[in-house]
Design a protein around this ligand. Structure first.
Ligand code: IDP
Ligand code: MG
Length: 150
């Protein structure tokens, strides 16, 4: 089963959109594996966004993600990475598909509400960075067979 890290970034938390993000992922059929509310340290922010180091928006991105608490979650499901990124919408809200979170709730790339892993491999890496193994809940739902084909 594919897994993705999902963050409701500081703007999403401040705007009271944690429930909206969770509701959309739940109704999509994805299964919650872990969740915690935390203030992101400088070190965690820099490790998480290491790939963007040196880009013009890097300093602002680190300041943004450490500016206020975030809701960090792990969600799983078949094709979870693609499904979640589709539910979030494109990075730039003005390019996000109508009906996606970033389309429906955001305007600017530097205030785009959420983070989601961009590959299954990065999903595993990001989950390991943000969560301890004992924080991940292994469970099944009665409805799983009506959502997951296998
Ligand atoms: P993603 O979050 O959709 O995966 P990435 O390209 O990985 O997008 O960029 C990480 C985050 O960096 C974006 O979500 C956004 O918050 C921020 N970001 C990306 N490009 C820009 C930019 O051009 N200006 C300001 N912030 C940006
Ligand atoms: Mg990314």
């Amino acid at each position: 089963m594919e897994r993705s890290l999902v963050l409701v970034k500081p703007d999403g938390v401040q705007r009271g959109l944690v429930g909206e993000v969770v509701a959309r992922l739940e109704r999509r059929g994805l299964r919650l594996v872990a969740a915690k509310f935390l203030a992101v340290s400088q070190e965690l922010a820099e490790t998480h966004y290491a790939i963007h180091k040196g880009k013009p928006f890097y300093e602002g991105l680190i300041a943004y993600i450490t500016s206020a608490p975030v809701m960090a979650m792990v969600w799983e499901g078949p094709n979870a990475v693609a499904a979640i990124r589709q539910t979030m919408g494109a990075t730039r809200p003005t390019e996000a598909a109508p009906g996606s979170l970033r389309h429906d709730f955001a305007l600017e790339v530097g205030r785009n509400l959420t983070h989601a892993s961009d590959s299954a491999e990065n999903g595993e890496k990001e989950v390991a960075l943000w969560f301890k193994p004992e924080e991940l809940v292994d469970w099944t739902r009665e409805v799983d067979r009506w959502v997951f084909e296998k």
